[in-house]
Design a protein around this ligand. Structure first.
Ligand SMILES: [Zn+2]
Length: 327
């Protein structure tokens, strides 16, 4: 994700928040009543952390690399074993240095594929090509493992996959690994290639009336493994998808998930923005206050299974909240 460089159209929409929020929120219902208080899934913190370490064990995983493909295959096999219908969504992009074609793919694992009202739980699975935030230029040639920025979201999805079969949610659930979130070598470049490809395909299927299901919500998980986890309400999410932020933070309060702070954080451009543009109410769960961001020290020891588990409990309890009549 990027710290700066807001999309112009989104800034304008943000300024016109009264209109934008109303329009985008309309498909989102009012928060469930307090009486409905389902328990979270029994998320296994140690197992989630084990997945994070296994992913890092593959080495750096930038888009187009062999390790990136190995990770996709590993996670696909896991999702299948957990009962999902799994497919790849291939697309191509250009290497920003050479212009050469790079083959990429999102991974989409569907639970309850017959349900027409669906939610996305998504995370990017590629890693930054090198640790560009290292101050010492010599350290920029060190491998970037992306334990938090890359592996944490995927590891949590792998753990959540254990709990979806039988989870009392009214929705179909798609766990999605986005490729090409940051195949970027300087600060400028095209980000979010995977979520853009996904959003484009969805938007086209809706416009052409071929879509057999609709997405009613999306939670993007990014940098959710910091052992000092603090998740603010990311500003674009707050501006564009306020009701969903309120729902998720309401669940966090009820579960005493103290990593979720009741304050608006910085605006982070991330994979939720292309989804919002495609009409999917989406929010980004991200702890951007991470000292090892884009450095060679973004390693498993900076992360914890308990942080992953806290987010997993909130996400699964949110999924299981009884809903008013389907929208
Ligand atoms: Zn990053």
């Amino acid at each position: 994700m990027r710290r700066r460089g807001l999309w112009a159209c989104l800034i304008i929409l943000g300024m016109l928040a009264g209109v934008g929020v109303t329009m985008l929120s309309r498909s989102w219902t009012t928060p469930a009543k307090a009486a409905a208080a389902p328990a979270p899934a029994p998320i296994d913190a140690a197992r989630a952390y084990g997945y994070l370490k296994a992913i890092c064990g593959l080495g750096p995983r930038p888009a187009g690399s062999a390790a990136n493909t190995r990770q996709r295959a590993m996670v696909a096999a896991h999702f299948k074993k957990m009962g999902a219908a799994v497919r790849e969504q291939p697309f191509e992009a250009n290497d920003p240095r050479t212009g050469a074609k790079v083959a990429m793919a999102n991974l989409i694992a569907a639970w309850y594929p017959e349900r027409t009202q669906r939610v996305v739980l998504g995370a990017h699975y590629d890693t930054r090509p090198f640790p560009d935030q290292e101050l010492d230029p010599a350290r920029r040639s060190l491998p970037f493992l992306g334990a938090n920025d890359g592996a944490s979201g995927v590891a949590l999805l792998m753990e959540i996959a254990h709990h979806l079969d039988g989870l009392p949610t009214p929705w179909g659930v798609d766990l999605i690994l986005f490729d090409g979130e940051e195949l970027v070598y300087g600060q400028e470049g095209e980000y979010f290639l995977g979520s853009k490809a996904f959003a484009r395909a969805y938007d086209e299927s809706v416009r052409s009336r071929r879509a057999t299901s609709r997405y009613v919500a999306a939670l993007v998980l990014d940098m959710v493994g910091d052992r000092n986890l603090q998740i603010d309400q990311e500003q674009h999410s707050y501006n564009f998808t306020f009701n969903l932020v309120q729902e998720v933070w309401g669940v966090a309060r009820r579960l005493k998930a103290t990593a979720f702070r009741n304050r608006i954080g910085m605006a982070v451009n991330d994979d939720h923005l292309p989804l919002i543009e495609a009409g999917i109410p989406a929010i980004d769960l991200i702890d951007f206050d991470y000292p090892y961001w884009h450095t060679a020290r973004d390693l498993p020891e900076q992360c914890s299974g308990e942080s992953l588990a806290q987010v997993g409990r909130v996400v699964t309890a949110w999924l299981a909240q009884p809903r008013p009549q389907q929208r």
